[in-house]
Design a protein around this ligand. Structure first.
Ligand code: HEM
Length: 493
């Protein structure tokens, strides 16, 4: 086992410096490198950086995931270093542990599961598909040019998330693709967070103090982002104070402002700032990553595309064709489509938007795999690798095969969340999961039904080195309008 580990095609282990040289030389393919290493080392890998005095435990073992995220949840907080790296999130839900996290989660969950909010998500997803996504792609198709679909979905996601969280659509996905300072500021902030992940803490803190490099850009970006959020909160509060009786707005900011418990908090504005900023960060990049990988997978798997269109055909046949010759589907119409649901899950299994999750260790513990962890250790759960383990998903684990989610009797197969980790597992499971599934289904169904998407030949699609699983070179595609005739299923015009 030791010899195999040392010769791992993933990352080689050296005396004293451990896998550090391998990480540095494989940084461009770190996700695949770690996956190869975990496959050879039995799903878990412990490495020590003796000279730096800290230890990492890397895992994609479902038994350990259950233990860390659920059974012994209290022992594995996010930790202080996480909160320092993500300082943009303030004291919000992502950055908090213990009671502060629990109370925010309860509040956010309560507001995000009301029938009114669900209806708002469903309607705004449809509106955005009809008013922005389809017209934009029609423009690209008619002008016979290429476009970066990842950029399209990042803009879509920013507009959609801003609308759901702040009740404002900044219009990033307008034809002409305008520059939106708030969106650019958020990109700069998240780039800095990634750099902080791979740089020693003392080093980036020093750069922050000296206001140089990424940290300088980050400080300016944070000012832009904070000003936008503060101004939006102030104007909504003013509007609420003026028309106190009107509580019709369904966006989350309005719900926070109307909430009497929050209003009684002397730090209500800080609470609302942190909460909305966290939801914005949570929603924006994860959803755009998922939509980009889904489009890539559909474009390169004609068999799956055909089955998806066959499932949509009976619904499309009952619907009137829009004035622009296109058809969009409502969330309620897509809710029970099994193959569509399976394809979305299968995409997130192979391309989880958060490829890695980090946890701290509060007290000494022995994991189900037998490995010991101690306070000060850092745990890295490799969601990306979990979907690529034969021991977990079988010999065809690298294939995009939605059928694996469907049982022999044609029902959705139950898969535990410690094996399908895209939305996290246990008490910190993603709060946006149901909402994202609605948004994704409405968007991908509209795109797939109306357009054939082809990746530009020679364009290299590979993961970017980032905390979010974006594509390094974007997703350069050509789109062609399809006939609205279901008989044309799967055929490009
Ligand atoms: C495809 C899209 C998405 C994926 C794959 C995803 C996945 C995840 C994952 C893996 C976590 C755990 C992160 C961690 O603990 O570090 C998480 C947490 C969370 N997600 Fe999502 N997410 C998505 C979209 C959204 C959206 C649109 C929202 C709402 C606007 C949202 C709200 C949250 C919140 C509030 C948490 C924190 C939960 C907690 O700590 O208790 N997510 N999500």
């Amino acid at each position: 086992e030791k010899t195999r580990r040392r010769r791992s095609p993933g990352l080689t282990q050296w005396p004293i410096v451990g896998i550090l040289p391998a990480i540095v030389s494989n940084i461009h393919r770190i996700f695949e490198g770690v996956t190869g290493m975990l496959a050879l080392s039995g799903l878990n890998y412990q490495c020590r950086f003796w000279f730096a005095g800290f230890r990492y435990f890397i895992t994609c073992d479902p038994a350990n995931v259950r233990h860390i995220f659920t059974s012994n949840f209290e022992n594995y907080p996010k930790g202080d270093v996480f909160a320092q790296m993500f300082d943009i999130l303030g004291g919000g839900i992502f950055n908090s542990d213990g009671e502060r996290w629990r109370s925010q989660r309860t509040k956010a969950q309560m507001l995000m599961t009301t029938p009114r909010y669900r209806a708002f998500v469903a309607q705004s997803s449809l509106d955005k598909a009809v008013q922005s996504v389809l017209p934009f792609l029609a423009h690209v198709a008619d002008s016979d040019t290429t476009c970066d679909l990842q950029d399209v979905f990042t803009r879509w996601s920013f507009d959609t998330t801003c609308n759901l969280v702040f009740g404002v659509d900044p219009g990033c996905l307008a034809i002409g693709l305008p520059d939106v300072p708030f969106a650019r500021a958020m990109d700069d902030v998240l780039r800095t967070v990634f750099v902080r992940h791979i740089m020693p803490v003392t080093c980036w803190k020093m750069m922050r103090r000296l206001d140089v490099g990424h940290e300088r850009k980050n400080a300016a970006a944070r000012r832009t982002a904070d000003e936008f959020v503060a101004a939006t909160i102030a104007s909504r509060r003013a509007a609420y104070n003026k028309h106190r009786a009107d509580k019709s707005a369904a966006d989350l900011l309005s719900s926070f402002i109307c909430d009497e418990e929050i209003a009684g908090d002397p730090d209500a504005d800080v609470y609302i700032r942190d909460m909305t900023m966290n939801l914005l960060v949570a929603g924006r990049d994860a959803t755009s990553s998922a939509l980009s990988w889904f489009s890539y997978l559909i474009a390169t798997n004609p068999r799956v595309e055909k089955k998806l269109l066959e499932e949509l055909a009976p619904i499309a046949a009952r619907k009137p064709v829009g004035p622009n010759g296109m058809v969009a589907f409502e969330a309620g119409e897509l809710k029970n489509l099994l193959y569509l649901h399976a394809a979305v899950c299968e995409c997130l299994r192979l391309y989880p938007s958060l490829p890695v999750e980090t946890k701290a260790v509060a007290a000494h513990d022995v994991l189900p795999s037998g490995h010991e962890v101690r306070p000060g250790d850092k745990i890295l759960v490799f969601n990306y690798s979990m979907g690529r383990m034969k021991r977990v998903w079988g010999a065809d684990c690298r294939e995009f095969r939605p059928e694996r989610w469907i049982s022999e009797d044609g029902k959705l197969r139950y898969v535990p969340s410690n094996k399908f980790v895209a939305f996290n597992s246990g008490p910190r499971t993603c709060l946006g999961k149901e909402m994202v599934l609605v948004q994704m289904k409405v968007t991908v169904a509209a795109v797939a039904w109306n357009f054939a998407v082809e990746v530009v030949p020679g364009h290299v699609v590979e993961p970017k080195l980032s905390i979010i699983l974006h594509m390094k070179n974007g997703l350069l595609v050509r789109v062609k309008r399809r006939s609205g005739n279901p008989a044309m299923i799967g055929k490009q015009q």
